[in-house]
Design a protein around this ligand. Structure first.
Ligand code: AMP
Length: 608
């Protein structure tokens, strides 16, 4: 059976899990950590850094290091999130060809799915290293509140990473799967409160003997730990400006250092009442004098700085509960997901709102990946059945005359779902009809997300209103929208052309998949060469250690002289190969030196 992994592609950290022997488990990376920072850096030689390595080089390479790419995925250039990003991120955002947002790193412009694909690929490698086999299939999680463009872009990222994305599932739903795992007779109504690095999600679910039914979902895809960090940075900038009259926001390196320090202080304040932020040499004045930033931040002060953010989440909880037709007393358990829920004030406010202490049974960083792995396993193993009834987070509708919207699929409808609508011509001999498909809650079409312009073409010429085309809108279990059309009179499928309004065209994706594969082959080859290099260095040391003994033993014998000559030859060729970059030389000399080492070992052993 093929292996399928579950990946939690987080704003700050990502996590990969698998079901092994019927039990879901998180796979640690090479460093032994169960989560990997969702950070990508490109060095001046074009080398990619991912995860911890990328985080380490971020301060000295801020302009070419991307973090929190998830906040930009599937967004349009004009969106407020991107415009906000233009002012706050140290890397360069550029407008893409489909009104999407891209990032310029060194001399290459990357789409956001490409950046996410680099992280996904890293998670895939973590799994492959652990399993010692190739992994080609995955279930990836997204915030429940992601719209079609964000889901589609995440799926594209998976494809670019060479993964067959079997399903996109919602993070809170994944968390619920992990919560209910192995408790077949569980019957409960639960709230999953998920506050991560970049997004907030709340889902209300009913679990009934293995059936996971999402009743309602709500959230904000631009509310998370990054915003908490930003409040601390603002405070630091303000304090520093008040003292020195210097605006630190203009200095990329200072910003990056403050960002790291702010996050660290925030995390420390979950365990302590007070912490010290100490950034020496943060700024050098024109006269050469160095300025240092040193401040004490208390937990109470932090809580003041972010109180409105915490309350925004509660407002969304309230609304989402109302949409499920429930009140707080109907909730049997509250589950906290996401790193930000470690903040005591967040836990306190959630407990106050729901009138109960949240459950302590799940690990906030790992539960989503575990749920993704459970779903992944269920998709390939018929016996491991899980019935997941998820919902669509936004209204889906079409733009109508006058700028309004006709809603076809209401938010919180269970997916997969499809609805049909009949279109007709308004002019005589009209041969095409344009349909604007929008997603969102506003009654004005332009205030929603435009998913696409669908043009029905090649209609037969007839008087106005005579041609009737039935258009079916479908939302898959992934939450992704597709559209099909049929001529009601002839029953024939009607062709539809879709103009992508953001995201990638199929051809671009195929080109990226190919480029990525080339890169992976190159990286794997160079990893192999690096392993041989390390092996050569080790063997040189071993051969040099044994050489004096072998010399003593072999003194005078012709056979010995010959062996020693060969050994010295192998040593000098190995040293030479280490200097150069020729992989064939490196591999050949590594093998030759290993043979010498084996001969030497044999000689020394015989002596003992
Ligand atoms: P996630 O996206 O779930 O990995 O959550 C990451 C967010 O959680 C980041 O903003 C982290 O700074 C934040 N976080 C992690 N640990 C803590 C902690 N102990 N206290 C407060 N925030 C934390």
């Amino acid at each position: 059976m093929d292996r399928v992994i579950g990946i939690d592609l987080g704003t700050t950290n990502s996590c990969v899990a698998i079901v092994e022997g019927g039990v879901p488990k998180v796979i640690p990376n090479k460093g032994g950590y169960k989560t990997t920072p969702s950070i990508v850096g490109i060095s001046d030689s074009g080398r990619r850094f991912v995860g911890q390595m990328a985080k380490r080089q971020a301060i000295t390479n801020a302009r070419h290091t991307v973090y929190a790419a998830k906040r930009l995925i599937g967004r349009k250039w004009a969106s407020s999130e991107v415009q906000h990003g233009l002012e706050t991120v140290p890397f360069e955002l550029v407008r893409g060809p489909h009104d999407d947002v891209r990032i310029k790193l060194r001399d290459k412009v990357y789409s956001i799915p490409e950046i996410s694909s680099i992280i996904l690929q890293e998670m895939r490698v973590v799994a492959e290293d652990y399993l010692s086999e190739e992994v080609a299939k995955a279930v990836i999680t997204v915030p429940a509140y992601f719209n079609d463009a964000q889901r589609q872009a995440t799926k594209d990222a998976g494809r670019i990473a060479g993964l067959d994305v079997l399903r996109i599932i919602n993070e809170p739903t994944a968390a619920a799967l992990a919560y209910g795992f192995g408790r077949d007779d569980l019957e409960a109504r639960i709230a999953i409160y998920d506050l991560g690095g970049g997004t907030f999600d709340i889902s209300i679910l009913e679990i009934n003997q293995g059936v996971f039914d999402v009743l309602s979902t709500g959230g904000d895809t631009y509310l998370g730990g990054e915003d908490f960090d930003a409040r601390i940075i603002e405070w630091l900038v303000y304090e520093f400006a008040a003292e020195h009259n210097v605006d630190l926001r203009r200095d990329e390196m200072a910003l990056q250092r403050m960002k790291d320090a702010a996050e660290k202080a925030k995390c420390e304040l979950s365990a302590m009442q007070e912490t010290e932020i100490n950034l020496p040499f943060i700024y050098t004045q024109e006269d050469g004098e160095a300025l240092h930033l040193q401040r004490t931040l208390s937990r109470a002060r932090l809580e003041d700085l972010v109180e409105d953010l915490v309350h925004r989440t509660v407002k969304i909880c309230d609304q989402t509960l109302k949409e499920a037709g429930l009140t707080v007393d109907a909730i049997d358990d509250v589950i906290l997901v996401g790193g930000m829920t470690r903040m005591p004030r967040v836990q306190q406010v959630v407990a106050e709102y729901f009138g109960r202490e949240p459950s302590k049974n799940v690990h906030p960083d790992e539960v989503v990946a575990l749920g993704a792995a459970i779903q992944a396993h269920a998709l390939i193993d018929e016996e491991a059945e899980v019935l997941l009834l998820d919902v669509t987070p936004h209204d889906l509708g079409i733009g109508v005359y006058g700028g309004g919207v006709q809603v076809l699929i209401e938010r919180n409808s269970t997916v997969p779902v499809s609805r049909s609508h009949i279109f007709t011509t308004v002019k005589d001999s009209q041969t095409s009809v344009k349909i604007l498909v929008v997603q969102g809650e506003s009654s004005k079409a332009h205030e929603n997300d435009l998913l696409g312009e669908f043009v029905l073409t090649g209609l037969r010429r007839a008087p106005a209103g005579e041609v009737e085309i039935e258009v079916t809108f479908e939302i898959s279990a992934d939450g992704i929208v597709s559209v099909a059309a049929r001529d009601l009179e002839t029953g024939l499928a009607q062709s539809i052309t879709v103009t992508a309004t953001s995201g990638l065209e199929e051809e671009e994706i195929l080109a990226m998949i190919e480029e990525n594969q080339d890169y992976l082959v190159q990286t794997r080859e160079s990893e192999e060469v690096e392993q041989h290099r390390a092996e050569i260095r080790r063997t040189i040391r071993e051969v040099e250690r044994l050489l004096p003994t072998v010399r003593d033993v072999m003194q005078g014998s012709t056979l010995g002289k010959d062996a020693l000559r060969k050994a010295e030859d192998a040593l000098s060729r190995a040293r030479e190969a280490l200097e150069g970059r020729n992989p064939e030389h490196i591999i050949a000399s590594s093998e030759a030196l290993s043979r010498t080492y084996t001969v030497f070992q044999g000689i020394v052993e015989r002596m003992q």
